[in-house]
Design a binder for this molecule. Sequence first.
Ligand code: PGA
Length: 257
Amino acid sequence: MLIVANWKMHKTINETRDFINNFYENFKNKEEFAKKNKIILCVPFICIDEALKQIRNKNIDNLFIAAQNCYFEKEGAFTGEISAYMLKKTGIKYVILGHSERRLLFSETDEIINKKVLSCLKEDLSVILCIGENLEQKNKRLTEEILSNQLIKALKGVSKYDLDKIIVAYEPVWAIGTKKSASCLEISKIARYIKEEISSFYGKDKNLVKIIKVLYGGSVNTENANKILKAENLDGILVGKASLNYEDFLKIIYCAK
Ligand code: PGA
């Protein structure tokens, strides 16, 4: 299983160091767990360096650091932006793209997200691509149509040989930060739909169904993680609020046993 923490705009450099130290104290000697599962911490840009330093010092197997966004140009006059190229040089391997907060609050279109996806792949960075419908779309039974459209646009120009670097996070907008997660049944149905839909973009290549990884995100917490992680066709979870406290996050990741 893949367990991803999305800290969003939380934690300073010192808080990042403290989190990883505390996490490590409670996580060491868990080699068996680390063999079977992968953990990714998506931290604010300014915390990446400290987070990488901390995990390098500790040799924690299967714990990775990621960024939460990037810009699609390599370099230039783009005040305030950070490129995939610059992220690659920090030593990280993953970037979250297309989060609904980026789409809604920062007006990111599918076309912009597509450019970002391609810029990450060019730098050999893996992408955690977030897609999801809002409540109105869900109520109108448009979920599959919305997801398909987001996927087609975000993956435009992506070679099937790069699909092992795309992890799709199904994050229904109505479930993010609302304490209302999707049901296990909904999650397994959608996870399967996403895998089959992507494989259909590439000539229904059956092998792709196995290669494509799908996570679920949206109000995953210590109470529901156990159940959600049992959803069929699911490869992991993306945890927002409940990943900010190392004790809660540890409880969640141990559900992946
Ligand atoms: P949440 O956020 O777990 O706080 O709902 C998930 C996310 O936005 O990735």
